[in-house]
Write a protein that binds this ligand. Sequence first.
Ligand code: HEC
Ligand code: HEC
Ligand code: HEC
Ligand code: HEC
Ligand code: HEC
Ligand code: HEC
Ligand code: HEC
Ligand code: HEC
Ligand code: HEC
Length: 329
Amino acid sequence: MRRLLVVLLFACATVAPMRPAAAQDAPKPPSNDDCQACHGEADAKRASGSSVAVDAKTFAASIHGQLNCVDCHADLQTLQEYPHADRLKPVDCGTCHTDEAVAYHPSAHGRAREGAGLIVAPTCATCHGTHDIKPGDDPNSRTAKANVAANCGTCHTGIKERFDVGIHAAALRNHNAMAPTCTNCHTAHGISRTDNNAWRLNAAQECGGCHVRLVDTYTRTFHGKVTQLGYGQVAACADCHRGHDILPPGDPNSSVAAGHRIETCSKCHKGANAQFVKYDPHPDPTNYQRNPVLWYANVFYWVLIPGCFGFFALHSALWFNRSWRERRK
Ligand code: HEC
Ligand code: HEC
Ligand code: HEC
Ligand code: HEC
Ligand code: HEC
Ligand code: HEC
Ligand code: HEC
Ligand code: HEC
Ligand code: HEC
């Protein structure tokens, strides 16, 4: 407390003379040096003891290092006298980053925070930081691809744990540039709840952005066709593969491994048995190894259909030729 007073007195003594009360008509906004006279002190504290220190070096090295404090702390733009109010308006990042803010407000996080008043839901600063924000392509940034899962995982702990055992997290650890992290499937700002049809349908598209061939084969099936029509109750990718602890089918813990298939299908098909789950959810008629019967059927139809049409086309041509000649006679 005494320290705080010392800081305050020192600052008032140094700052106040630089800002005479009777200023010019359009007063200059306070400079960063003005603010740092108090906040640059490592032990600047609130009355309650929590720190209000801002490390000048950290701030200078951040992406916003060139901004004025009052560009963000906008309610101090016209500040004339110190000390300023104890409580200030929260910073509105959206004054400069409109697109992100527009996506954030109606998102699951935005609504939980701003609508339901759930203070455990993240704001911009929870995910990005405050005075130490780095651009996404800096490996030390909280939002660099390699750090996103840990960032979201500070709150979604259980999901992060499941995600970590999956193939996608393994691919991330191996620096596979194609591997998805949380935001590839959920986006960063427009995150929506996942218990609705629109999301379920969209998720199949997201998986498909990378697993192009698998979506192609999936859309040949009953599940895929019905999902494409916009009906969300039929199996989409994550109903069979799960969303986070996704494993290759060859891994015995995978939800689509031979030993787990009955369990997975019977979430929806009560009484599914070993025979039922032999059904291939990714039939590929061009892949002989995978689906020999389908391959032959495909070849058969390729021969049959062009063969049939070819034969009748030829037949009609000859017939036409003949009847034309007859008529001329
Ligand atoms: C005379 C010293 C002094 C100066 C100069 C000063 N501050 Fe403060 N500031 C404080 C103190 C002390 C607190 C803690 C208030 C409390 O909660 O008790 C504080 C708190 C804050 C807070 C937290 C407010 C909140 O709602 O929790 C922000 C943000 C802030 N200052 C920004 C600034 C900015 C920007 C400037 C420059 C325009 C500035 N300050 C100049 C002393 C100062
Ligand atoms: C990019 C925007 C931005 C800039 C620029 C900025 N701040 Fe902040 N500051 C924030 C955010 C966000 C918070 C968290 C509280 C909130 O949301 O209002 C914060 C909080 C604070 C606090 C409260 C203590 C804390 O760390 O949580 C102080 C004090 C403060 N800022 C001072 C400053 C000073 C001094 C400068 C200039 C050197 C500055 N800020 C520049 C965004 C900014
Ligand atoms: C739930 C965490 C989270 C919240 C909340 C959040 N962001 Fe982000 N933001 C990210 C991540 C992660 C990225 C990195 C890009 C990606 O992965 O898509 C990012 C990227 C950005 C970028 C860089 C441009 C880009 O899209 O790559 C800006 C600017 C940004 N966010 C601003 C904001 C603002 C402003 C808010 C508040 C309205 C906000 N963010 C809220 C996580 C978040
Ligand atoms: C006064 C305007 C302003 C405010 C307010 C502001 N920013 Fe920024 N922000 C910028 C500018 C300018 C850049 C630098 C753009 C560049 O260099 O590409 C930037 C860059 C960023 C980046 C890096 C973008 C990238 O391409 O990787 C992120 C992330 C970011 N801001 C987040 C935030 C967050 C979070 C807040 C609120 C705490 C915030 N900004 C408040 C102006 C602002
Ligand atoms: C490959 C795409 C994908 C990735 C990567 C992914 N998710 Fe999900 N997520 C889904 C799908 C699909 C669902 C809905 C089905 C389900 O619940 O498993 C979901 C559901 C959720 C839910 C809400 C449902 C619940 O179980 O509570 C949260 C929260 C969530 N994910 C957070 C995360 C976080 C945090 C990460 C990163 C650690 C992440 N997700 C990575 C696809 C993904
Ligand atoms: C500060 C804590 C926090 C952080 C960080 C955070 N979330 Fe959330 N998240 C929440 C809260 C709280 C909810 C709202 C739960 C509700 O409305 O019931 C939520 C909701 C969600 C939902 C919708 C859940 C559902 O039931 O369908 C998804 C998806 C989600 N978050 C993904 C993410 C992703 C991806 C990230 C990282 C980019 C992230 N979250 C970062 C706290 C957080
Ligand atoms: C009805 C359940 C079901 C649905 C829906 C489903 N899959 Fe599969 N998936 C499986 C099964 C079972 C296997 C294992 C097949 C095998 O043994 O080769 C598999 C295999 C895979 C494989 C790995 C092996 C390979 O053939 O390359 C990937 C990747 C995959 N699926 C992605 C997807 C994607 C993306 C979607 C959504 C577009 C999807 N799956 C929808 C059940 C399903
Ligand atoms: C951003 C791209 C991306 C997205 C989106 C994506 N994946 Fe993946 N997926 C990968 C990569 C990369 C691998 C790892 C391949 C490897 O290591 O062999 C992988 C591996 C897999 C495997 C194991 C494949 C095998 O051959 O063993 C399955 C199953 C799988 N993903 C399913 C899904 C499902 C289901 C979704 C949507 C919920 C999804 N993926 C979304 C990139 C993606
Ligand atoms: C999320 C729920 C869900 C899951 C999981 C699911 N299905 Fe389905 N499937 C459906 C629905 C709904 C239909 C529509 C017809 C019906 O009610 O049987 C359907 C239809 C089918 C059909 C064609 C119609 C029929 O009943 O003959 C087959 C074959 C099928 N599923 C096989 C599977 C197999 C094999 C698995 C596991 C690998 C599986 N399904 C997993 C929901 C699901």
